[in-house]
Design a protein around this ligand. Structure first.
Ligand SMILES: C[S@@+](CC[C@H](N)C(=O)[O-])C[C@H]1O[C@@H](n2cnc3c(N)ncnc32)[C@H](O)[C@@H]1O
Length: 201
């Protein structure tokens, strides 16, 4: 299924994403209040012993201090992923080139995708993969704010309001045949906190 048109999935910077993420960035991509809220949301939807896949990750995963069976990381920068002390294993893969994940069907209980969904050019195919690897009843948690690397976010994201972005992510989830169970939109003094939670059926 194609969700974004030829125009909507364009980026200003059309160079390879691998080149953009070649140098590690040991920073956080939202303020502390956002990240604390994200950890609380993860805590709500995870349990000890879960198998977690952190898609589009970095050196920090914002996961609660829960004893998971294993945490698999994914991203584009090897140095960042190697520094992430929550990962039991990790791999690099450019999702705008290859969407198929090297993970078995029904092999994880939770998929996290934090502060990154705006960079996906083929979201339907990626979310279909999230659904495939999620075990029945497992949750996908996609979080986002109004920050981004603007030259690397897709056109559809850049021109959308925050509410439209939330609708876009919900549409990505539905394209993957996931049921949207929660949509969170919280704005205060700091970075707005937005998330879409979807369940594999
Ligand atoms: C703003 S960072 C967020 C990282 C992490 N989730 C966090 O919360 O700190 C965006 C991440 O998206 C990932 N990313 C961007 N473009 C990608 C692509 N084409 N394929 C795979 N991952 C990509 C990179 O690994 C990068 O670390």
């Amino acid at each position: 299924m194609t969700l974004l048109s030829e125009v909507e999935h364009q980026k200003v910077d059309q160079r390879d994403d691998d080149a953009f993420y070649d140098a590690p960035r040991f920073v956080t991509h939202a303020d502390d209040a956002f990240l604390d809220r994200l950890t609380a949301l993860y805590d709500e939807h995870t349990a000890p012993g879960d198998r977690v896949f952190d898609a589009m990750g970095s050196w920090v995963s914002h996961l609660p201090d829960t004893s998971f069976e294993r945490v698999i990381g994914h991203g584009l920068n090897e140095t960042e992923l190697a520094e992430n002390d929550r990962y039991d294993e990790w791999f690099c893969q450019n999702l705008n080139e290859t969407q198929e994940l090297p993970l078995a069907d029904d092999s994880v209980d939770v998929v996290c995708c934090a502060l990154s969904v705006q960079y996906l050019q083929f979201p339907a195919a990626v979310f279909e993969e999230f659904a495939r690897v999620l075990d029945e009843g497992g949750h996908l948690i996609v979080s986002f704010s109004n920050r981004m690397f603007p030259t690397k976010a897709v056109h559809a994201w850049r021109q959308a309001s925050m509410d439209e972005r939330s609708e876009l992510v919900a549409a990505y989830a539905r394209a993957g045949d996931l049921s949207v169970v929660d949509r969170i939109a919280e704005s205060g003094a700091g970075d707005p906190f937005f998330a879409v939670v979807a369940r594999a059926t």
